[in-house]
Design a protein around this ligand. Structure first.
Ligand SMILES: [Zn+2]
Length: 294
């Protein structure tokens, strides 16, 4: 358990579900973080471990600082009807009614969002951005003038299944050459049989090229100047990956109207994304529930 500055005014509960850790913290309306804690994600009963984590964080929040709402980020997409995370290939989350369980345990209105879309909200700074998050899976979001685009089902931004190489390997989704195959940590580890830190240099280079290729396509498709990339893969692969990403991106952004597009790396605390979503839900609370919350 660690504490930040004492939040003042209304506070919110920010939660992140990862394959490696479950994290939760109290965030104030101005975005500053209060108490927070995390546990290793257990292979069995992750929901039970999550609820016990939330009990501890809320107990540490203290009287007068109890949150008034909650946002949970996790492996997308979110199933809006059941309130579950339904990631392709990451089956431990399937069938867990996260939204209902968290809302009942905490007594708080609770919204779910995919990690990538939450990351996009956090890095947008109220402007327009395409964000690509290379965490447990390849995910992301599109923000235009500060508004996160939802799509028909609140799933816009699942960039993992963009096709970047028509002769590429088979993806878990059933198609071939998806970005997920080249830049998803689980896909890479499955291909090498090694931990991500031991990935051969050729695959690091290939990942950078494929992410650069996808970012260039997104820049042309969506018409934004800022493309932002972050997540575990960037943290582990570092400069070599980023160099290949930038080179490929610049080589594929030759149209005159794309020359002012740029791609940069932004790494954030895992709770920054759900904190941004929680703050948005707070600001729109008078508008009633959303399709992802209850
Ligand atoms: Zn795919």
């Amino acid at each position: 358990m660690s504490g930040g500055g004492a939040p003042t005014g209304p506070t919110l509960l920010a939660v992140d579900l990862g394959e490696r850790h479950l994290a939760a913290g109290i965030v104030s309306a101005d975005g500053s973080m209060g108490v927070r804690d995390r546990v290793v994600t257990p292979s069995k009963d992750p929901l039970d471990a999550l609820l016990r984590l939330l009990d501890r964080v809320l107990a540490a929040a203290g009287e007068g600082r109890m949150p008034i709402g909650c946002a949970v980020s996790g492996p997308g997409p979110v199933d809006p009807s059941s309130g579950e995370f339904r990631p392709v290939g990451l089956t431990r989350w399937h069938g867990l009614s996260v939204r209902r369980a968290v809302a009942e345990r905490t007594g708080l209105p609770t919204v779910l969002e995919s990690v990538g879309r939450a990351y996009a909200s956090a890095v947008s700074e109220g402007e327009s951005v395409v964000a690509v998050h290379l965490g447990d899976q390849v995910d992301g979001g599109v923000v235009i003038d500060g508004v996160l685009l939802d799509g028909a089902n609140g799933r816009a931004g699942m960039f993992g299944h963009l096709m970047v190489d028509p002769s590429g390997p088979l993806c878990v989704c059933g198609a071939v050459g998806c970005l997920e195959v080249f830049a998803g940590p689980h896909s890479i580890e499955a291909q090498t049989g090694r931990d991500l830190i031991s990935t051969p240099l050729a695959l690091i280079d290939r990942a950078g090229i494929m992410v650069g290729r996808a970012c260039a396509s997104l820049a042309a498709m969506v018409d934004v100047r800022r493309i932002v990339v972050g997540g575990l893969l960037v943290e582990v692969f570092r400069d070599r990956f980023i160099d290949h990403l930038r080179t490929e991106f610049e080589e594929r952004c030759r149209l005159s109207h794309l020359t002012d597009s740029s791609v940069r790396v932004v790494q954030q605390h895992v709770l920054a994304g759900p904190a941004a979503i929680a703050l948005q839900s707070l600001s729109s609370v008078t508008a009633g529930s959303t399709h992802r919350g209850e």
